[in-house]
Design a protein around this ligand. Structure first.
Ligand code: GUN
Length: 292
């Protein structure tokens, strides 16, 4: 088996499973899960994300609703839209695309989404459910990462896991998921002393710092599993390029398994968003998630 973890192929399989669950929900429960995506402003990267989300939502048989608001939308108008979507029975998932314009309080908006319609896992109730090991909705990027790790390694019990990065979106929820899998978890960050040595102790290394190729191959324990969450746009030899937080050329010779950038964690994120939408639709209707 190659040591490259093919996130694109994994995400395709996952979307196939989701499509089959959606068709069972339609046939057996007359339920079509619906996802609303709200975009405020005209950030080009966000527009690409939102377009891809809508396309894949429709491809698995779900309803997709897009709300595009101008950059100067008052916070109160955005909150009113979220409230309307919270009350709409055809909408089972609400995603407000981040980042939001500066004049809008992001935390307030995320918390205004009903926690049973939150498909990002950013609502404080879902954060609390994850950190206490209860059933909630799990943020998409860490969820995709843990799925790939379990698929490749099987039981993660007792492994040393190092998460580099402590963001609310990736680092902290990732650490919680690894803890649930009985890993011994270290969260490293910009103030960590001897970061190279900390990384060299990892059986599982998750890089989520947003710094291009910060982690070279000689920080990686031979045979370790490496999940590279970074998506950094750089220019090299006059060409624009996407690179991760791990230096792939040197790391791929040492790691037992590694996700490439692009084609690793990235494609899994949207697939997990669709998974979360189906999960929330089932929860709202108090029905078990159908088998794939
Ligand atoms: N912006 C970039 N990625 C994401 C995501 O996964 N969720 C939300 N809400 N905004 C994002």
């Amino acid at each position: 088996m190659s040591n490259i973890i093919d996130g694109k192929a994994f995400a395709e399989r996952l979307r196939g499973d989701i499509a089959s669950r959606v068709s069972k929900l339609k046939a057996q429960h007359q339920l079509t899960p619906g996802l609303a995506v709200v975009l405020v402003g005209e950030d080009p990267a966000s527009e690409v994300y939102v377009r891809n989300k809508a396309k894949q939502t429709v491809e698995v048989g779900m309803e997709s609703v897009e709300h595009k608001l101008p950059a100067d939308t008052p916070e109160a108008d955005l909150l009113a839209l979220v409230d309307e979507l919270n009350k709409n029975p055809d909408i089972h998932g609400i995603l407000v695309q981040l980042p939001l314009p500066k004049h809008i309080d992001e935390a307030k908006v995320l918390d205004s989404i009903h926690y049973e319609k939150d498909v990002d896992g950013f609502h404080l109730t879902n954060v609390g459910l994850l950190s206490t090991g209860a059933e909630g909705v799990v943020p998409c990027t860490p969820l995709g990462s843990i799925m790939m790790l379990k698929d490749r390694l099987g039981d993660l019990s007792g492994m040393n896991a190092v998460v580099v990065g402590r963001s609310n979106i990736v680092g902290k929820p990732m650490a919680n998921l690894l803890l649930q899998e009985n890993c011994t978890v270290t969260i490293a960050h910009s103030r960590t002393k001897d970061l190279a040595d900390v990384c060299r102790g990892a059986d599982i290394l998750v890089a989520a710092v947003g710094r291009p190729e910060m982690i070279p191959g000689d920080w990686i324990k031979p045979g370790a599993a490496v999940i590279d969450v970074g998506i950094n746009r750089i220019e090299r030899d006059g060409k624009k390029k996407l690179v991760g937080d791990v230096e792939f050329a040197s790391a791929s010779g040492v790691a037992g398994a590694i996700t490439p950038v692009p084609g690793g964690v990235g494609p899994m994120t949207i697939a997990c968003l669709l998974h979360n939408t189906v999960q929330q639709a089932c929860r709202q209707h108090k029905i078990a998630m159908p088998d794939a």
